[in-house]
Design a protein around this ligand. Structure first.
Ligand code: AMP
Ligand code: MN
Ligand code: MN
Ligand code: MN
Length: 276
């Protein structure tokens, strides 16, 4: 059984390793099929694809799209996309274009909360001018001594309801799914166990996702507990969605799981790769 890891990040978004280094690490750790899924970006895929050919592993072109759904931000992973597709490229461009303004507003919000210079500080951690994310703020705030580690920064400053949080309109769910399909890909709800949905919110999200043509959900994710593996396998079956798996690796020492560190897919689900 090949080892799949279908969700991870490079320096083209908020990961710590360059695309080729992510691939080399995955290959060294026994991954046979890898998807690079940078946030709202496809610019690392060519480098990763070449590295995968050199390393002798299979490579899947991916991305992770930011979506606004009800009052939440949802992530939709795209798998097996054509990175050259114009519809998808325009969609990703639209999602990314708001990030710089949002980052300035995050800086202003943190300044109002007593932390000056965070925008300039975060910029020092940005590795792709087109993609500034909350993770870059988090790394700066750790380095500046405002928290012990990245996840504490989110808890204290960057999560909804905290002083540095700035709400943002990303793509809609149908838009993201349509762009992914236009590029020949499959749309996957990323880490469904992570969303702070109200009662009934999760079935509503999965129902809307399926009705808009969505293909799969991540059953195995570093954001999920073993109990949630079972829970989301059941959701996949009930909603007639395929099942995906990904470490969501961002970098050594900064992630819950390393590349390829995923258990076997629970029985009774149809994997997202069944027709690959
Ligand atoms: P953004 O797309 O700019 O809103 O940033 C989202 C990114 O922040 C996610 O992809 C994660 O990498 C990171 N993130 C979000 N919440 C947390 C958290 N609680 N702990 C650590 N990283 C987080
Ligand atoms: Mn991220
Ligand atoms: Mn995500
Ligand atoms: Mn991710």
């Amino acid at each position: 059984m090949p080892r799949y890891d279908l969700h991870c990040h490079s320096t083209r978004s908020d990961g710590l390793l360059a695309p080729a280094a992510v691939v080399a690490r995955a290959a060294a750790r026994g991954v046979n099929v890898l998807a690079l899924t940078d946030h709202d970006e496809v610019s690392g895929l060519a480098e990763a694809q070449e590295a995968a050919a050199r390393a002798g592993i299979e490579f899947v072109c991916g991305s992770e799209l930011s979506v606004s759904w009800e009052d939440l931000t949802i992530h939709v992973v795209a798998l097996n996309i054509d990175p050259e597709n114009a519809t998808l490229a325009a969609g990703l461009d639209a999602i990314r274009s708001g990030r710089s303004t949002r980052a300035r507003r995050i800086g202003d919000a943190l300044a109002a909360a007593g932390i000056a210079g965070a925008y300039e500080g975060a910029k020092q951690y940005v590795t792709n001018e087109r993609l500034i994310s909350r993770t870059h703020f988090a790394r700066y705030l750790v380095a500046a001594g405002h928290a012990g580690e990245v996840k504490d920064v989110f808890k204290r400053y960057l999560a909804p309801g905290k002083p540095g949080y700035v709400a943002h309109d990303w793509a809609t769910l149908p838009q993201a799914i349509d762009w992914i399909h236009a590029a020949g890909g499959q749309a996957v709800v990323a880490h469904p166990g992570r969303y702070k949905v109200s009662a009934g919110g999760l079935p509503r999200l999965l129902g809307e996702f399926r009705d808009a043509g969505g293909d799969a959900i991540e059953v195995l994710s570093s954001s999920h507990t073993p109990a949630q593996y079972t829970e989301f396998a059941t959701h996949a079956r009930v909603f007639g969605l395929l099942a995906s798996c990904g470490s969501d690796f961002h970098g050594p020492g900064e992630s819950w799981l390393d590349l390829g560190d995923l258990p076997a897919m629970p029985a009774g689900v149809v994997p997202v790769w069944k027709d690959w």
